[in-house]
Ligand binder design. Structure first.
Ligand SMILES: Nc1ncnc2c1ncn2[C@@H]1O[C@H](COP(=O)(O)OP(=O)(O)OP(=O)(O)O)[C@@H](O)[C@H]1O
Ligand SMILES: O=P(O)(O)OC[C@H]1O[C@H](OP(=O)(O)OP(=O)(O)O)[C@H](O)[C@@H]1O
Ligand SMILES: [Mg+2]
Length: 289
């Protein structure tokens, strides 16, 4: 293992390509870590921060983390479940959202009952077989590496089970989803029992958490008459507790609180109606809570 003045480096897996790779490196950069500049680099040591990054196929990441070779990884929830690895999800990272669905020629299939005896092509055999077993559906699962949408036209399968984001790939192939959603996925941070004891683990987790909170919250400042402050603070309770400071203007106070980015415009309207003035919204770049 690599040693530095910090001791053993924390070993972190990052998707090397595909739908998650750019956003994963982005969140790590925002968390203050060095990231590779060249997509051909396979590993990068950020000695100053005590972390070594390994750029791997997102499909393999849960296996490396589950087996104990690496401490933390970023991958998709669907890939984690499909791998059957003993890695565990510790944080939804809020990007790479996708749904996983059965699909067939538009109009031909309407429910899961239509799956019996069919050939289902997918890159996610673990997820699909578990789903079918749970519901007692007997069907043949055919493993393909990708571009599964084409397999029906080529006569290899009757239906597919695949990742759907915008649905444009399905539409282009003349396919439509049917039956209930198999699972909902997004990028997740994974680790394994025992990795938490690494001295660098908690710092890493807290840094990423700080970026995620900074992305979902904004800072709100406003002035309000003292007699309205209770009602206003009830609308903006903050995370710990809002800061209320006296103003030079008699009978008025200034309030500062973190508020969820979603709904923040509506909140400004409500505060204005309460009598608040000078309402400001500012971005938070990073935080530790
Ligand atoms: N179009 C998409 N939009 C958002 N997330 C996606 C999309 N396609 C795939 N994903 C998610 O990205 C993760 C990895 O998929 P990705 O396509 O990068 O890898 P792969 O299919 O194994 O490899 P590749 O497509 O490079 O052969 C999965 O968790 C998946 O849910
Ligand atoms: O609903 P959409 O927005 O069209 O996205 C879904 C498509 O994106 C992924 O393909 P990818 O580009 O990863 O190729 P692959 O099939 O070879 O994995 C996925 O497998 C679907 O084909
Ligand atoms: Mg893919």
């Amino acid at each position: 293992m690599t040693q530095t003045t910090h001791g053993t480096l924390l070993r972190v897996a990052v998707p090397n390509k595909g739908a998650l790779s750019v956003a994963a490196s982005e969140i790590l950069k925002e968390s203050g870590y060095r990231q590779r500049r060249d997509s051909k680099e396979l590993a990068l040591t950020d000695a100053e921060n005590g972390v070594e990054f390994f750029y791997l196929r997102p499909r393999d990441i849960a296996l490396y983390v589950g087996s104990g070779t690496l401490d933390i990884g970023i991958t998709g929830r669907d890939l984690l479940l499909d791998s059957g690895a003993s890695a565990k999800e510790i944080r939804d990272l809020g990007f790479g959202q996708s749904r996983f669905h059965f699909a067939g020629p538009a109009g031909r299939y309407s429910s899961l009952d239509d799956l019996a005896g069919k050939r289902i092509a997918t890159s996610y055999t673990g997820v699909v077989e578990a789903f079918l077993a749970e519901r007692g559906i007997e069907a043949e699962v055919i493993r393909l590496d990708g571009a599964v949408e084409t397999s029906i036209q080529l006569g290899v399968a009757d239906v597919i089970a695949d990742v759907v984001e915008t649905g444009s790939t399905l539409r282009a192939a003349g396919l439509a989803t049917f039956g209930e959603e198999i699972l909902r996925s997004s990028a997740v941070m994974v680790t394994r029992d025992g990795a938490e004891s690494h001295p660098g683990f908690e710092v890493f987790r807290r840094r990423v958490e700080g970026v995620l909170v900074a992305r979902s919250y904004v800072m709100m400042d406003y002035d309000i008459r003292s007699e309205q402050v209770q009602a206003a603070v009830a609308l903006t309770p903050g995370i710990e507790s809002p800061t209320v400071s006296p103003l030079h203007r008699e009978g008025w106070v200034a309030v500062r609180a973190m508020v969820p980015r979603d709904g923040s415009q509506r909140l400004m309207d409500e505060l204005y109606d309460l009598g608040a003035r000078g309402i400001l919204l500012t971005e938070i770049n990073a935080c530790r809570l």
